[in-house]
Design a protein around this ligand. Structure first.
Ligand code: ADP
Length: 190
């Protein structure tokens, strides 16, 4: 099972990504989690990432690829797939991801596009209180703008490949999971 989740902040990609990963037995590879761990480790690379994360700006593609490429190749090779959450997020990343997939001989089977209005997303982010530093109202608004500008265009890129599935993410967690599973179960059975 090889799935890409394309969704704005607050749409629930972390939660749904976990559920998909456990249902199909593949790793949940979440770029934001990986970057936050790197920051927390205090490594030089983590220190370079910190300012981008705090500002809600995109990490430069080169650094993103440095942290993501090997993990994705290893998951495809050793674990039979992956749920990519938060990557790719720009057109150059999508092109690099396609090249990785081509080399590994595996490409994504589905791109889940979780949709909700900015209003719903802002409400969820302000209500979740996980204490993420980038969840303040101002930074969250900026993350949404960055999403609309840089990430939403990827929908067209993937739609051209015929693998985009639109999911209404403004419903309950269980309703969204049910719909996702109803799409992915047949793909999983092949
Ligand atoms: P959200 O989708 O709620 O913004 P994430 O955990 O996916 O949360 O991402 C948090 C931050 O990590 C982003 O604001 C950005 O700074 C950085 N980030 C994550 N994935 C990428 C990516 N693929 N490219 C660039 N920056 C990224």
């Amino acid at each position: 099972m090889r799935v890409v989740m394309l969704a704005p902040p607050g749409a629930g990609k972390g939660t749904q990504g976990e559920r998909i990963a456990s249902r199909y037995g593949v790793p949940h590879i979440a770029s934001g989690d990986i970057f936050r761990q790197e920051v927390a480790s205090g490594s030089p690379l983590g220190n370079r990432l910190r300012d981008y994360l705090e500002a809600g700006d995109l990490v430069p593609d080169e650094l993103v690829l440095q942290l993501m490429t090997e993990r994705i190749i290893a998951a495809a090779r050793d674990d039979g797939g992956y749920v990519l959450d938060g990557f790719p997020r720009t057109l150059p990343q999508a092109e690099a991801a396609a090249e990785i997939a081509r080399q590994a001989g595996v490409s994504a089977q589905a791109v889940l596009y979780l949709e909700a209005s900015d209003e719903v997303l802002m409400q969820r982010i302000s209500g979740r209180g996980q204490g993420r530093a980038d969840d303040s109202e101002q930074v969250a608004r900026h993350r949404l703008e960055v999403y609309h500008k840089n990430t939403q265009p990827l929908i067209d890129y993937f739609t051209g490949r015929g693998i985009v599935v639109r999911i209404d993410a403004a419903r309950t967690i269980d309703e969204v999971s049910q719909e996702i599973f109803s799409v992915l179960d047949p793909i999983n059975k092949g």
